[in-house]
Design a protein around this ligand. Structure first.
Ligand SMILES: [Zn+2]
Length: 346
């Protein structure tokens, strides 16, 4: 049952733009260059800490389209094991927020793990990996879809809701499953709005939606002032102000940057972790090399695109004179991440 029946209808599903092959190639090339620099030079000094963003964690069902925004359980284990082997230390998001608030030092190579949207597979497929490796994580729930039996409209996987694939691959968590996650001692829960709608330019609606989500977090789980991540990575000064008023503790974006401890936690960025990421590429993102390269490419995008003939731009699906790549997404993702589509707005 969807809480208060306020979940959006299926035809509210946000329209996804096709991703430019050039944009994807540029993004992945940047990740590889960053990995090379990280291997040669080690982590950048004073790069702060990093936060990883996952969504779905499931095996690829036979005969189905490749699940979007997905990392398989095996890949998740490989990625996290590789980071631990390289000396990275996982902290909870709350521990990072507490340390930053209190001015306590955060050791080099500290990182946090987050999961957006609250898929059931976070319990069935991700939790065993996290428990085995003793890696804590925060799951950001779309509270209007707790206990829902229908896929979220924002889920852009064609097979979401199909009886041909396991329900856990697309269903959202139930309240009882969230209690189970909390009891594991490994998982913290945060808010990801109540409906996961597009709130660009709708700060008042966003405030009401998030306030309802905050209320659900308190009523159902006893979590006051929950952590929060913007849906679709869409943020603006007005949305940040609304988030503060709604009573959340932080507001994470999808801006692919490490976090400086002095930074306002309502602007903290995160790195998307994809199925194509290896421990090496994730270490390059968390080690501080990816972000400056990505910024440099973004600064060059307009002059570079302007010299490409219009017909070629259309062929390559370059929109709005831009091929800027988002959130550390790698090119081989078969479909665009809803979060990634709007990261440039952050
Ligand atoms: Zn989301």
């Amino acid at each position: 049952m969807i809480d208060k029946g306020r979940a959006p209808a299926a035809d509210d599903r946000p329209t996804m733009l096709p991703r430019s092959p050039l944009r994807e190639a540029a993004g992945w090339a940047t990740v590889r260059v960053a990995a090379g620099l990280n291997a040669c030079c080690g982590h950048r000094r004073d790069c702060g800490f990093g936060i990883l963003m996952y969504h779905r964690v499931t095996d690829h069902p036979k005969g189905a389209d490749t699940p979007t925004n997905n990392v398989t359980p095996q890949r998740l284990r490989q990625q996290l094991t590789g980071l631990l082997d390289r000396g990275f230390r996982p902290w909870t998001l709350d521990a990072l927020l507490d340390a930053c608030r209190d001015g306590r030092p955060i050791p080099p190579q500290t990182f946090a793990v987050t999961f957006d949207d609250g898929f059931e597979n976070n319990l069935t497929d991700a939790l065993p990996v996290l428990q085995d490796l003793d890696v804590p994580a925060t799951i950001f729930l779309v509270t209007g879809f707790l206990d829902s039996r229908v896929p979220m409209p924002s889920d852009n996987w064609a097979d979401a809701g199909s009886t041909a694939v396991p329900e856990s691959s697309w269903r959202t968590l139930t309240t009882a499953q969230c209690d189970e996650l909390l009891a594991s001692g490994v998982i913290q829960l945060g808010a990801h709005t109540h409906t996961h709608e597009l709130f660009r330019g709708r700060a008042d609606a966003f405030y009401e939606d998030l306030a309802e989500s905050v209320d659900v977090m308190d009523r159902k789980f006893g979590i006051a002032n929950p952590t929060f991540a913007f849906p679709f990575g869409i943020t603006s000064p007005e949305l940040v102000d609304a988030a503060r008023r709604a009573g959340v503790r932080c507001a994470l974006t999808t801006r692919p940057d490490c976090v400086q401890p002095s930074e306002d936690p309502f602007h903290w960025g995160r790195f998307g972790a994809t199925q194509q990421d290896t421990p090496t590429t994730l270490a390059a993102k968390l080690g501080g090399w990816y972000s400056p390269l990505a910024r440099t490419l973004r600064a060059l995008q307009r002059p570079l695109v302007s010299i490409v003939p219009k017909s070629t731009r259309e062929m390559l699906l370059i929109r709005n004179s831009s091929f800027a790549f988002p959130a550390g997404q790698s090119p081989a993702e078969s479909q665009p991440s809803p979060e990634a589509q709007h990261v440039d707005a952050s």
